[in-house]
Design a protein around this ligand. Sequence first.
Ligand SMILES: [Zn+2]
Length: 242
Amino acid sequence: MTEAPFLLDADGVLRSRLLAAQSWLDHGFGTRLAGDWPKAPLLLKQIHSDRVVEAGTVRPGEQADAVVSNEPGLWLPIRTADCLPILLADPVHRAVAAVHAGWRGVVGGIATKTVAELTRRYGSRPADILAAIGPGIGYCCFEVGPEVAEQFQIAHPDALREPHESSPQTQRILREKTHIDLEATVVRQLTDAGILRERIAPARRCTRCDAKLFESWRRDRESAGRMVSAIRVVHEKTGTAF
Ligand SMILES: [Zn+2]
């Protein structure tokens, strides 16, 4: 039996086994049970963009959807309810990132741009980076109309999957009802950016399907809450040996 890649702890926070093994960082993916974890102020006004900022330069109300930092103690929180929360960590340079990726962010390549920002600011090598992708809307529930499908068709043809084995007749119907696999698309983007597949942990948990644990905008619309996911550096890198 393989070990579960994510574990729900007593605080109602999902932890990725991959990131939990790194003693120099803290992280978690909030659920409906997580209360006000991690008790840290939000840094970003999320706008479904592909904009990545450095935490030290963020102004109040800064509009962006990804944030990077290597500052010990500073949480990088992002809020989601169906969009994918993605946490990145470079153990060599001890730098981290939090990404809010809905379909617009995925089409805009925000995960890839965040990897590039880690490289530009801290010298991170993609092959060293660890990535955990938290709960978001699953392929099961993310049905989109032709206009959204078309954007994926252009940017990421792999993202489009068919809900059933399809004959030419059902293909025609499917043009009206396309399901998108956001998580698989992000995994593909990250591996294309040079991150090793074994260093990527997808939660494979659908927010809309699990009302007990997750908030979902598609399920609950205006009454949906938001879940906070966050990562921070705990210990700065010291010296050259480790
Ligand atoms: Zn679902």
